[in-house]
Design a protein around this ligand. Structure first.
Ligand code: NAD
Length: 311
């Protein structure tokens, strides 16, 4: 039931997601602060607007795909922001797919539901919001095979499902507002720590005389098996077609992993949860980035952190 889709944040991920919505036949209105990106879309015949507010005025649903919490808050609450219309908004649904902290997702969901619709649509009284971060990265965004982790009301999730499936192949309902963001940061936290644990074990094994390939074979048929060992091995030469086999290019940048660990650490602190390994992982990834490897895939920790002997 959503014909007019607004999209804000046409970067590495957002541009590919918006292109899949265009392919699916949605009428799109887009905005980005980057003028070159805007020109690309207007040259394609897509309606472009100078402000988030103007996008909102043209849309039934608005999707945001922005770098971090501060950008999302700015686009929603800033001057000429999505909620500028205050108590008379056009869109009935707002979907934020950025990876941000759950506390911000929850605050935004409240701000949205405090607004009123300009025209009542079907049985929607108030505008509503879903947090719907993704996993899959640029390759999955391009192929339309992202996984969406969705927080909000279940009815709204069901109403938005076919829209999300134009950009992805899986949608998972995670519970109330902010729970999509919780799922996303917890997934990446577990992934970071398993990559560090695996790298540490493979580096120690090599130092003690066993090859990484042999040790990986053992792990993959033993209890140390994990995604990092059997699908994304960090040691060059062990697996083909993964970032470690191409100098850690392409993939998930260390700076994005550092950002996601910062979100997990901040959220842990806010709820008073003990997360000692999160803090260690955060320090290691910050060091990797400060040493100049911020654009390399996060599996580069094996090479840059573990493979030399201790300083
Ligand atoms: P990106 O930096 O490539 O794109 C962000 C876009 O937002 C840019 O085009 C930028 O100009 C635009 N932007 C910034 N501030 C704006 C504002 N105030 N108004 C309008 N536009 C604005 O980032 P990305 O890689 O596309 O990632 C987007 C989000 O998705 C992040 O939260 C990231 O953590 C998450 N994510 C990324 C990946 C990945 O592999 N790249 C995977 C999963 C999730």
């Amino acid at each position: 039931s959503f014909e007019n889709v607004g999209f804000i944040g046409l970067g590495n991920m957002g541009s590919r997601m918006a292109n899949n919505l265009l392919k699916a036949g949605y009428k799109m209105t887009v905005h980005d602060v980057n003028c070159n990106v805007m020109k690309k879309y207007s040259d394609m015949g897509v309606s472009t607007k100078q402000t988030p507010f103007e996008v909102a005025e043209a849309s039934d649903v608005v999707i945001t795909m922005l770098p971090s919490s501060s950008h999302v808050l700015n686009v929603y609450n800033g001057p000429d922001g999505l909620l500028q219309g205050g108590d008379l908004l056009t869109p009935q649904l707002f979907i934020d797919s950025s990876t941000i902290d759950p506390q911000t997702s929850r605050k935004l969901a409240v701000s949205v539901s405090n607004c009123i619709l300009k025209e009542k649509k079907e049985n929607w009284e108030n505008p509503v919001m879903l947090d719907a971060p993704v996993s899959g990265g640029v390759v999955a965004a391009e192929a339309g095979s992202l996984t969406f982790m969705v927080g909000g009301s279940e009815d709204v999730y069901l109403a938005a499902k076919s829209l999300l499936l134009s950009m992805g192949k899986n949608t998972i309902f995670c519970g109330g507002p902010g729970n999509g963001s919780v799922a996303k940061i917890c997934n990446n936290l577990a992934m970071a720590i398993s990559m560090l644990g695996l790298s540490e074990a493979l580096a120690l094994g090599q130092s003690l005389g066993i090859t990484a390939s042999t040790l990986t074979k053992i792990f993959n048929s033993s209890s140390a098996r994990c995604w990092s060992s059997d699908s994304y091995n960090p040691v060059p030469g062990v697996m083909q077609g993964v970032p470690s086999s191409r100098n850690y290019s392409g993939g998930f940048a260390s700076k994005l992993m550092a950002k996601d660990l910062n979100l997990a650490a901040a959220s842990a602190e806010e709820v008073g949860q003990r997360c000692p390994l999160t803090f260690l992982a955060q320090n290691i990834y910050t060091e990797i980035c400060n040493d100049g490897h911020e654009t390399e895939d996060f599996s580069c920790v094996f090479q840059h952190y573990y493979s030399g002997k201790s300083k």
